[in-house]
Design a protein around this ligand. Structure first.
Ligand code: PLP
Ligand code: COI
Length: 353
């Protein structure tokens, strides 16, 4: 497929990078392509960033047929721009499409289009440590049709947004509330897909948690509310009695690309790693008997985020004196080092734009 490019005639003045709030500033251009059953994907284009028309009857508005991704572009000291494992995001997005009965697409084509878009917007990639250009691919159902069936038309867009930390805490430990009333996802549901409904379902619990001073919610499984799943925007890891434990992928957890990378790193370092079911009772017991050494979350937006406190059923549990632990620190330094080009990349994770 051909990619056409229409340049914006008026460019914005770039903000001070230090003034950015996550996900509120967008660059001058975006990628768009359309799909129709019988025709396939067509009209791939890079165009000036603008509002796009949508029928009030569009399937996405009524039945939530939409999926998205999140990845980042980083500038190294030589001002070269790199993506981190973009093929993994394309694969996960296609998996999400399958789950939501949406059309799949050629991931390699989209990566090439993404690279061209980023090249046009190269001055929007902050060259500051800890900052990056966040890339948000999103696909949504555009057919005007009120019957409940998969849409026959879709739009795929890619937005770019320069960002710093996702959490106000930065690399400092976050406080997380363990949710005991609501659930995010159930077995057989859409938890493993990156689709809007999972995030909408999570808002209520997050609102309550924030009012009580917690950054986000730690979800328990949807059936028994007993086993740890993940946090709103990150997967979780714990160091218990010398071993690193993370919940196994069970169909309701998002298969994080940072999670996968962290597991690869830990195994490369020959550390003891377990992907298994972990109950909240086991975790709190480990905290009580002093064997819970560290906790941290992993995600593209959140990077590596130490968890300093958990709040569950009225009780607070402080972890590692609310400080970042040595494993989280080593992983943070290595992952961000590979992403920014300061550390060698033995796994071939960086992809040059
Ligand atoms: N879990 C949820 C619910 C997320 O939204 C994210 C972020 O994308 C993650 C986990 C971490 O995934 P990744 O490391 O691929 O960014
Ligand atoms: C991510 O891309 O890391 C996300 O979790 C998306 C988030 C901002 C909802």
């Amino acid at each position: 497929m051909e990619l056409t490019i229409e340049r914006a005639t008026k460019l914005q003045t770039k903000p001070n990078w230090s003034d950015l709030t996550f996900g509120t500033t967008f660059t001058d251009h975006m990628f768009v392509m359309d799909y129709e059953v019988g025709k396939g994907w067509y009209d791939a284009r890079i165009m000036p960033y603008q509002d796009l028309p949508l029928s009030p009857a569009a399937v996405v508005l009524h039945y939530g047929q939409t999926v998205f991704e999140g990845l980042k572009a980083y500038k190294d000291d030589a001002e070269e721009i790199f993506l981190f494992r973009p093929d993994e995001n394309m694969k996960r997005m296609n998996d999400s499409c399958e789950r939501l009965c949406m059309p799949t697409f050629d991931g390699q084509f989209v990566i090439e289009a993404m690279k061209q878009l980023i090249e046009i917007e190269q001055d929007w990639v902050p060259e500051v440590d800890g900052m990056a250009l966040y890339i948000r691919p999103v696909m949504y159902a555009t057919e005007a049709h009120l019957g409940v069936s998969p849409s026959k038309q879709y739009r795929f867009i890619i937005l770019l947004s320069p960002v710093g930390s996702y959490y106000a805490e930065g690399i400092n430990p976050v406080k997380i509330a363990v949710e005991s009333q609501f659930v995010r996802a159930v077995k057989g549901g859409t938890g493993a897909a990156k689709t809007a409904g999972n995030y909408a379902a999570a808002l209520k619990a997050q609102e309550v948690a924030e009012k009580e001073g917690y950054s986000q919610v730690l979800w328990l499984d949807g059936r028994e509310q007993k086993y740890i799943e993940e946090v709103g925007a990150m997967n979780v890891f714990f160091k218990i009695d010398g071993k690193i434990v993370t919940p196994e992928l069970n169909g309701s957890i998002l298969p994080g690309i940072t999670r996968k990378s962290v597991l690869q790193l830990l195994r490369h370092w020959e550390m003891d790693v377990e992907e298994r079911r972990l109950s909240i009772d086991e975790l709190l017991e480990a905290a009580k008997n002093g064997t819970l050494e560290e906790a941290f979350g992993t995600g593209t937006a959140a990077v590596i985020s130490p968890i300093g406190e958990l709040f569950y059923k009225g009780e607070k549990t402080v972890i590692n004196n609310n400080e970042i632990g040595p494993v989280a620190k080593k992983i943070y330094d290595t992952i961000t080092g590979i992403q920014s080009g300061d550390v060698e990349d033995p796994f071939g994770w960086r992809v040059q734009v």
